[in-house]
Design a protein around this ligand. Structure first.
Ligand SMILES: Cc1cc2nc3c(=O)[nH]c(=O)nc-3n(C[C@H](O)[C@H](O)[C@H](O)COP(=O)(O)O)c2cc1C
Length: 195
């Protein structure tokens, strides 16, 4: 069984380093045959600030960009967010992307690859858990947190993680497979059958 994994790149500013970190992580994901991967780069997706009149719970979307985003997120079985830390929090682009939808996120696991200075982006990850759980997702405690991340970017501008980062990525992905399987089972069973 292949799970549809969406890897979301959260930073969008010119000169961002997020895609370098994501590229390294995606090479590790490739070693796992349980995933069918799609990269969702929020810079390319380019969602405007939330511009829907109705609450996303109603799924009464007016805009094409929302309908497209809804389709992509509905299709997912699991997520990995690649996030920097901005001012001890996460980028506003991520919150905006979350707020567009509701049901599409529910009962799906989300794992994190974070990078930063001394904090390794961990404050951003902790802050992310509030909207993530509110939207019914399961945030994984296993994560890849990269401290002083520029030390891993070589002279060619390629991010090269060390062995311990690779180990943490593999453990996180193994756990993500378990959660993807468990929560798929949960989504496939209508609530009425469970009660
Ligand atoms: C607005 C802003 C705020 C930042 N705040 C933090 C922070 O709180 N903690 C941290 O470790 N790094 C912080 N940094 C440094 C980032 O770790 C670094 O710039 C990184 O490259 C940001 O990710 P990006 O290149 O993908 O945008 C900040 C950077 C910016 C642009």
């Amino acid at each position: 069984m292949k799970y549809k994994l969406k890897v979301i790149i959260g930073s969008t500013r010119p000169g961002r380093k997020g895609p370098l970190v994501a590229r390294w992580f995606l090479d590790i994901v490739k070693q796992f045959h349980d995933f069918e991967v799609e990269v969702l780069d929020l810079k390319e997706i380019n969602l405007p600030f939330l511009d829907e009149a109705e609450h996303p719970r109603l799924q009464n979307y007016a805009n094409e960009h929302t309908k497209k985003w809804s389709k992509v997120i509905s299709d997912a079985d699991a997520f990995v967010v690649v996030t920097p830390e901005y001012n001890f929090g996460y980028p506003a682009t991520l919150k905006n992307a979350f707020d567009y939808l509701y049901a599409e996120w529910q009962e799906k696991p989300m794992a994190f690859v974070s990078y930063g200075g001394v904090s390794a982006g961990t404050r951003a990850v902790q802050a992310l858990k509030l909207p993530v759980t509110t939207l019914g997702m399961m945030p994984l405690p296993q994560a890849v947190n990269i401290p002083f991340f520029t030390q891993f970017i070589n002279n060619d501008g390629v991010f090269e993680g060390n062995e311990s980062l690779e180990k943490s990525a593999k453990l996180m992905l193994k756990k993500l497979i378990s959660w993807a399987e468990a929560l798929k089972g949960m989504r496939d069973k209508p609530l009425s059958e469970k009660l």
